[in-house]
Structure formats: structure tokens, C-alpha cells
Design a protein around this ligand. Structure first.
Ligand SMILES: Cc1ncc(C[n+]2csc(CCOP(=O)(O)OP(=O)(O)O)c2C)c(N)n1
Ligand SMILES: [Mg+2]
Length: 908
């Protein structure tokens, strides 16, 4: 006996009765066949489920539409007008891409993705997607990036775009152009959700829907009228991000979320599952995860055939035909389809005897059938307690003619010949409005129905009824934010006295204090991926409450403790579990709420430094494109400050990666007061001060990246001479040379490297009689960017007195050679190397290479960033400058027992 099913795990209380049931089944199979038997089995399962008899969920259903014809909702639209509009949009989308490539060869663009999904979008636009004109945020729609031409084509029909803009598809530089894909950064009044890096749109949409529930449960905003729609490709489902969080959507009961997977069976190079069936595979995955799955496989033309399929032969053929074959049928003739699909079985062939070859070729797929699509969308919006995925089977390149449709190369086709365009014109039946002779010209024309035409009136009326056009991005603040008072920040400026604390602890204190401030507090969204205890933030569980849509249904094991694990429906903390990707998606949802909902929210995403930029860099890039605001806190930062962990944990390079993101404000604070100053300034820059009552609206579209260390030391008070501006601009003098010494050199520290710098300062005075001054560099990225700005200005404004970069001007008041030390790679301080004042040397000590597990002390010696190496580097720089004897360097190397036995680089 094989143990392969749950039945073997249950006790048989009445074997005789069991036997009778089995005999009945055998009899049905023998007398009526397997199809009938399968039907009865399904019926029994259905009845069992109705009567609350728990049976394991089946993950697969037959390869037919989920919604039977007799339960299909009635289509309320005007069939003819909608067909006309779809045809115009299809035509314009294709012509836009073709023309763009005529004008500038190689400019790119895609014809086939939208051609496959036009009906999927149009049914949404005409009947479901809510806009913003009603004063509410409406729906969030994630468009498939490569379908962008279709969205532009529709906006053109709505008179939101004009012909010159379509002409400038993918030509943005001179203004008034259209971006290749949905980029809110580049078209801030149009696109809302960046999607084109595959997989990111899907995961972001899940957390967007989840965040809407969070806002609702926390009584911050009523999101009940907003639905999240996400369109994605079937090939895109191979990205781990796409499917990686679908169980969360089901667990959280996100019935405000609908995914539409455009199953055109193809990706860029070829079939998605040539030897299998992508729709069936996805159905199993989604059903297993707890989603409501609606398959839209066959168009209405198949209804009659399926109804007459009493033997189940058609169903069998559908179930057993692989996607590669289905793709083949798309490009073959009706005769071929008759022969190969219907042919082998005489019963199947008889089923289509009454149909011509042309009829067979034209039997459409469900994803092109607006009635089937409408019924699916309607069912999705009526579903309660679970998200819905619609698996719509389409043809890639549909209507674009036999050279394009379903060809393996179709994804990248962007040119059409005159003959192909003429054929498209007839296929779409737009030959009445687009005369033959104009297509013969250099550039085929767009067509837009006049404002008083029935088509235009219908189009506009539908959008009016659904609260205006989409996509559309606005930044109208509906619920202003109240800025926090200064007290929580000032507290940190006072320093920690004799108490040794880390910048992480100081940040936690700030976070708690901010959360307690009226007005502002509830707008904070702390996000942590299962790492709060590592950062000493477990106190926040109880204090903030962990958001749990179902509340806490158990008494926590630590309920009696002060710091118990407390979940609640209005909890504030998003404890995401081990998913930096999901956490980043939450950050994006919260950080863009000022725009999507007009409700500024302030995310603080606190994570293991190493698993930020390195792990989810592309999601950070997309957040930047989406104009997300908020704070990314890289805890356990530094290659040597986090001790013991080693190569996979010690982060010495996230600041290099951060330097690549344009809107990222990257800071590496050494002290609590620096961190507080950056956060205070960040809040004001991002959320902006707009009126006397302290109510704020939209500020700059930037976000902050701050390192937080876990090394404890006494946090100094902010020196009186140091202003917030000094800290924010990235560099300031922290301490002069010790009393009684002239300043002979300058040591610039950042982050936890301040300790080595300070010890070196003392040692240089004590052992060498040399005075050095100490500077704090909070942001090399900021220094570099400001320097590049002045450099450019000077280059383009020829003058004998070029503008001096701020970093150069600042360092001009320092003395001697400059030595920078960091717990990050040398490339971080090297960002300003070009801007050091003339005649001064600049050397950098940093932590290049893989981490190691060891103590801080050993690590810093290994990476040559400890006090001894700072001292040696300073002496070496002074010796290079001729200020001291070389022997002083050699003495220091010896005194510290530094191993200088290195391979000679010239012999490598
Ligand atoms: C992360 C990422 N990898 C690769 C690409 C390049 N790319 C763009 S479209 C595409 C194929 C898309 O296929 P599918 O998801 O099935 O969409 P379809 O166009 O067929 O609707 C690929 C590989 C990308 N945009 N993003
Ligand atoms: Mg595809």
C-alpha cells in the first residue's frame, strides 16, 4: 500500500459501508465512463464543502473557464462603442511605437504586450478602475510596464495627451515626451507605480493593499473604496519577488487586491511553459496559497462546443495540450487546427464539422473576450476575505497579423511594414476613419474621435462615472501632517553623559519619543523584518503594538513580562517577518501615501545593514522612482563594529551602493546628536512646513539612509559651535588640536570610526608631540553631490574665479594632510578626493574586502582602521609632506607591533 493520501491517516469505522460507496463508484466508471465519474466526484466534494466537511483543497481544476456560462454576469457596456474604442487605442498604440522607430531607429518600444492585453485593460477602464476626480484617492492600478503604449494611446483619446507627445514617445530629454515605461519620477502627474523591473510591481501591489488595510485598521484613513489592481506578465511570475509574498495576501484576507496575469504563454525569448501549462501551474500555486482563482481561458465562441462535449473529449484535449502546441495553433491555419487539435479523435472532429477553417482560426481566447473578462472582474470585486487572481489566456501580439502574432520574436518587434499596417487597419475595422492613402505616407497617422462623436462621449462618460482618468498622480494633501516638537531631538543633543550608549539605542529612544507626540506619532510607520531584538528594540512590541489584522488570538508566552509580544488590530509596528523585500514594499507604500492617498505617512524601516541595499537594492531604486519618502535605518552597520558575525553580515559597502541612488540622502552619523539633527531636518525637507499651525504638506521627494551602530560609547553633547546645518551639509570641525598644540594635520572620521580617530589624536600628541584636529564627516554623498554641482556650474560659466565646492571651502580652514577613517570601504571617503584643497594630501583608511568573525579590536587591526593605523597614516602623510622624519613612521609601526610583512605589489 502506498501512503499518498490523507485517507490512510483516518480510521475506517464502517468498512461495509465504505465498500458500498466504492462499488457504486466502480459501477459508474464501468457504465458511464470516467468523465461522468469525475463529475460525480467533484459534486460530492462540493457538497461536502457546503456542509462544512473539511476536505483538502484541490489545487487544480479542468482547463476551462472558472465561471460557467450560466453564471456569467451580464455585460452592461455598449458592445459596439467599446469595440470601436479598443480598435482606436490598439491602432494608436501600434502607430506610436512604429513612428518612434521610424524617426529614430533603435529607440525601441513594444507592440505585442499591449496587443495581447488591450481588452483586459479596456474592460477595467470602462467599468472598474476608480479615478481621483471624486476627491477620494480611487484605485491603485499597477500597469504592466511594456503595455505603456496602450495607456498613452487611451490618454490621447481622452485629450490628456496630444499628438506631439505621442510623437515624442521615448524622447523625453527636450520635455513633453513620454517615458518608455511607468516612471513617476519622470512623469509625476501621470504614472504612480513603477513596474517595469519585473516582479517589483506585483510584490509592491500586495503590500500596497495590505497598507490600505493598515490605514483603515489604525483609523488613519478610510481606504474601503480603494482597490488595488495589478497587471503582470505570465513570464514575470518566474521572478521570486512576484510569487514570494502571495501567501501574505491570502493570510491577510486582502479582498481589496486583484491580480490579472496576462497569460499570453510567451515571454521575451520564447514560450513561458512550452512543455507545460502556465495557467494550470499558476492556478495550483495560487489556490494552494489561499487565493480566489478565476481562469479566463476560452472566449464565448467555445461555449457551444464545450456545452456539446458530452463525452469530455474536448475537455480532455484541452487538459492535455501543452502551451507550446497552443502557441503553434495560433500561427497555423484553420485546416491545421482541424487536423491536429480536433482531428485525431473522430468525436472531437465531429464537434466542429459545422465550422469553417476560418471559424476555427477565429475561436478566440478568453483574455480577448470582453464579456468573459467583465464577469471575472465583477466576481473579483465581489469576493470577500481573499485576494483574487485572474488568469487570462491571450495571444501575444493579437491582431497584429501573422508575422507578429505568437511568433517567438514577437516581444521585440517594433516595426511594421506598410502592408502589415494596412492589414491591421482592416483587422481593426478602422479603415473608415483612416483612409488608405494616408497610411501610405511616411508616418501612419493617429486617429482620435472628435469631442462630439459618440465614441468620445461614451469614453468620457464612462470615466466620469468612475471618477476621472487613470493613470493619474496627484499630491493633494487630504490629511496634513503635524510636525513633531523639538524636545525629542534636543534631548539627544544633550549627549548621554557618563552612560555609554550606541547610536541604535539613541535612535530607539528618539523613535519612542516621536511616537508619543500628538498628531505626528500616529503617522509614523516603524517597519522591522524580524530583527527587533537584535537591535534592542523589543520594547517597541508592547509600546507600539504589532499590527495584526486579526488581532491577537492567543495569550503570548511572555504576556506577563513588561516587554511582551503584543499584537493588535490597531498596532503600529509592521513586524514583517524575514522579508526585506516585503518590508521594503511596505516602506514604499507608506512612503508614497502622501501622493497616493494624500495622507503623508513617515516610514522608519529598520533592518540589518547588510541586507538592505545589497539584498533589495532594486526595490529601493523603484521606491526612489515612485518618489517615496521616509527613513531607512541600517542597523548593525560597519564592517568591524558588528563583531563576530563575519563575511555575510558585516556591512562595509552599503554606503557605496547608497551613493548610486539619486534621491537617497546617505548619512553615517557618529553621535546621537548628529543622527537627531539629520532626522529632524529630513522630516522638514520631505514633508515640508506649510503653515503656522505646523501642518505640513508635500516637501521634497527624497528619502534618508542612516547607518546605526551597536557600539556603546559616551555620546557627547553637541558642541556649541556646531549647527544643524554643519551636520546636514556633511562635514564640520569637531575638535581642535589638543590644548597647547598647533594643528599639524586633520583626521576626518565618520560613524563608529570616531573612536579610533580620537584615540589617534591623543596618541599623536602624547608620543609624537603632534597636534591634529578632528572633523566629522556625516555624509560623503552629500559633499560629493554639492561639489559636482558647483564644478558643473563653473565649467559652464567660464570665469577665472571658479566657484569653490563647499567641501573644499570647509577643509580650507583645516590644517595639514587630511586622513579620513571610516568603517566602510575607502571608496566612501574617496568620493571627495578630487575636491581636497590644493596642496593638501588626502589619504583614506577603510574596510575593503570581506568581513571576518572576530572581536572589534582584532577586526580593526586587520582592516587597518584602528587607532594605531590612524596614527601611522597621519605620520606617513606628514612625512610625505616633509613635516616630520620618516623614522617617526617606522617607530610607530614598530611600537604598535603592526605586521608590515606584505607582498611587494610590483612582484604580483
Ligand atoms: C527584472 C527584469 N528582468 C528582465 C527584464 C526584461 N524583460 C522585459 S519584458 C520581458 C518579457 C516579459 O514577459 P511576460 O512577463 O510574459 O510579459 P508579456 O510581455 O508577455 O506580457 C523581459 C524578460 C525586465 N524588464 N526586468
Ligand atoms: Mg507573457
Amino acid at each position: 500500500m502506498t501512503i499518498d493520501g490523507y485517507v490512510h491517516q483516518l480510521h475506517d469505522a464502517d468498512p461495509t459501508e465504505t465498500g458500498e460507496w466504492l462499488d457504486s463508484l466502480d459501477a459508474v466508471i464501468d457504465a458511464k465512463g470516467k468523465v461522468r465519474a469525475r463529475f460525480l466526484m467533484s459534486k460530492l466534494t462540493e457538497r461536502a464543502r457546503e456542509r462544512q466537511v473539511g476536505t483538502p483543497a484541490e489545487v487544480s481544476t479542468p482547463y476551462v473557464n472558472t465561471i460557467p456560462t450560466n453564471e456569467q454576469a451580464w455585460f452592461p457596456g455598449d458592445v459596439d462603442l467599446e469595440r470601436r474604442l479598443r480598435a482606436f487605442i490598439r491602432w494608436n498604440a501600434a502607430v506610436m511605437v512604429v513612428n518612434a522607430n521610424k524617426r529614430a531607429d533603435g529607440i525601441g518600444g513594444h507592440l505585442s504586450t499591449f496587443a495581447s492585453s488591450a481588452a483586459l485593460y479596456e474592460v477595467g477602464f470602462n467599468h472598474f478602475f476608480r479615478g481621483k476626480a471624486g476627491g477620494l484617492p480611487g484605485d491603485a492600478v499597477y500597469f504592466q510596464g511594456h503595455a505603456a503604449p496602450g495607456m498613452y494611446a487611451r490618454a490621447f483619446l481622452e485629450y490628456r495627451l496630444d499628438e506631439s507627445q505621442l510623437d515624442n514617445f521615448r524622447r523625453e530629454i527636450d520635455g513633453d515626451g513620454l517615458t518608455s515605461y511607468p516612471h513617476p519620477w519622470l512623469m509625476p502627474d501621470f504614472w504612480e507605480y513603477p513596474t517595469v523591473s519585473m516582479g517589483l510591481g506585483p510584490i509592491n501591489s500586495i503590500y500596497q493593499a495590505r497598507f490600505n488595510k493598515y490605514l483603515e485598521h489604525r483609523h488613519v484613513d478610510d481606504t474601503s473604496a480603494s482597490r488595488v489592481w495589478c497587471f503582470l506578465g505570465d513570464g514575470e511570475t518566474d521572478e521570486p519577488e512576484t510569487l514570494g509574498s502571495i501567501s501574505l495576501a491570502a493570510r491577510e484576507g486582502l479582498d481589496n487586491l486583484t491580480w490579472i496575469v496576462n497569460c499570453n504563454l510567451q515571454r521575451l525569448d520564447g514560450p513561458v511553459r512550452g512543455n507545460g501549462k502556465i495557467v494550470q501551474e499558476l492556478e495550483a500555486i495560487f489556490r494552494g496559497a489561499g487565493w480566489n482563482v478565476i481562469k479566463v481561458i476560452w472566449g464565448s465562441g467555445w461555449d457551444d462546443l464545450l456545452a456539446r462535449d458530452v463525452d469530455g473529449v474536448l475537455l480532455h484535449k484541452m487538459n492535455t495540450t501543452v502551451d507550446g502546441e497552443f502557441q503553434r495553433y495560433t500561427v497555423e491555419s484553420g485546416a491545421y487546427i482541424r487536423e491536429h487539435f480536433f482531428g485525431p479523435d473522430p468525436r472531437l472532429r465531429a464537434l466542429v464539422d459545422h465550422l469553417s477553417d476560418d471559424d476555427l482560426r477565429n475561436l478566440p481566447r478568453g483574455g480577448h473576450d470582453y464579456e468573459k473578462i467583465y464577469a471575472a472582474y465583477k466576481a473579483a470585486t465581489e469576493q470577500r476575505g481573499a485576494p483574487t487572481v485572474i488568469l487570462a489566456k491571450t495571444v501575444k501580439g493579437w491582431t497584429l497579423g501573422t508575422d507578429v502574432e505568437a511568433r517567438n520574436a514577437t516581444h521585440q518587434i517594433k516595426k511594421m511594414t506598410h502592408d502589415q499596417l494596412m492589414a491591421l487597419r482592416l483587422r481593426l475595422r478602422v479603415d473608415d476613419v483612416i483612409p488608405e492613402h494616408v497610411v501610405s505616407g511616411d508616418e501612419p497617422p493617429y486617429y482620435r474621435p472628435p469631442v462630439d462623436s459618440p465614441e468620445h462621449r461614451y469614453l468620457m462618460e464612462r470615466r466620469r462615472a468612475l471618477d476621472g482618468p487613470l493613470p493619474s498622480r496627484t499630491t493633494t494633501i487630504r490629511r496634513p501632517l503635524v510636525m513633531p516638537p523639538d524636545a525629542p531631538f534636543d534631548e539627544l543633543a544633550a549627549g548621554s553623559g557618563a552612560q555609554a550608549v550606541s547610536t541604535t539605542m539613541a535612535f530607539t529612544r528618539l523613535l519612542r519619543n516621536l511616537a508619543r507626540t500628538e498628531g505626528f506619532g500616529p503617522r509614523m510607520v516603524p517597519i522591522i523584518p524580524d530583527e527587533a531584538r537584535t537591535f534592542g528594540m523589543d520594547a517597541l512590541f508592547r509600546e507600539f503594538g504589532i499590527y495584526a489584522s486579526h488581532g491577537q488570538r492567543y495569550e503570548s508566552v511572555d504576556a506577563k513580562l513588561l516587554l511582551s509580544y503584543t499584537e493588535s488590530q490597531d498596532g503600529q509596528l509592521l513586524e514583517e517577518g524575514i522579508t526585506e523585500a516585503g518590508s521594503m514594499a511596505s516602506f514604499t507604500a507608506a512612503g508614497t501615501a502622501y501622493a497616493h492617498r494624500g495622507v503623508p505617512m513617515v516610514p522608519f524601516f529598520i533592518f540589518y545593514s547588510m541586507f538592505g541595499f545589497q539584498r533589495v537594492g532594486d526595490l529601493i531604486w523603484a521606491a526612489s522612482d515612485a518618489q517615496a519618502k521616509g527613513f531607512l535605518l541600517a542597523a548593525t552597520a560597519g564592517r568591524t563594529t558588528l563583531m563576530g558575525e563575519g563575511l555575510q553580515h558585516q556591512d562595509g559597502h552599503s554606503l557605496v551602493l547608497a551613493s548610486t541612488v539619486p534621491t537617497c540622502q546617505a548619512y553615517d552619523p557618529a553621535f546621537a546628536y548628529e543622527m537627531a539633527a539629520v532626522i529632524r531636518d529630513g522630516l522638514h525637507r520631505m514633508y515640508g512646513q506649510t503653515d503656522d499651525a505646523g501642518q505640513t504638506g508635500a516637501g521634497e521627494s527624497i528619502f534618508y539612509y542612516l547607518t546605526l551602530y551597536n557600539e556603546n560609547y559616551e555620546m557627547p553633547a553637541r558642541p556649541d559651535s556646531v549647527s544643524d546645518t554643519d551636520i546636514i551639509e556633511g562635514l564640520y570641525p569637531w575638535a581642535p588640536a589638543p590644548e597647547g598644540f598647533e594643528s599639524a594635520a586633520t583626521i576626518v572620521f565618520s560613524g563608529s570610526a570616531n573612536l579610533a580617530a580620537r584615540a589617534a589624536q591623543a596618541a599623536l600628541a602624547e608620543h609624537h608631540g603632534i597636534g591634529v584636529e578632528l572633523w566629522s564627516a556625516t555624509s560623503y554623498k552629500r559633499l560629493r553631490e554639492d561639489a559636482l554641482t558647483t564644478e558643473r556650474w563653473s565649467r559652464l560659466h567660464p570665469t577665472d574665479e571658479p566657484m569653490v565646492a563647499p567641501v573644499t571651502a570647509k577643509l580650507a580652514s583645516s590644517h595639514g594632510p587630511i586622513v579620513a577613517v571610516t568603517d566602510f570601504m575607502k571608496a566612501v571617503p574617496d568620493q571627495i578626493a578630487r575636491f581636497i584643497p590644493a596642496g593638501r594630501s588626502f589619504s583614506t583608511l577603510g574596510t575593503d574586502g570581506f568581513g571576518r568573525s572576530d572581536t572589534r579590536e582584532a577586526l580593526r587591526r586587520f582592516f587597518e582602521t584602528d587607532a594605531a593605523h590612524v596614527e601611522i597614516a597621519t605620520l606617513a602623510a606628514l612625512a610625505d609632506a616633509g613635516a616630520i622624519e620618516r623614522s617617526a613612521v617606522a617607530d610607530a609601526i614598530k611600537r604598535h607591533g603592526v605586521d608590515a610583512d606584505l607582498p611587494d605589489p610590483r612582484t604580483r
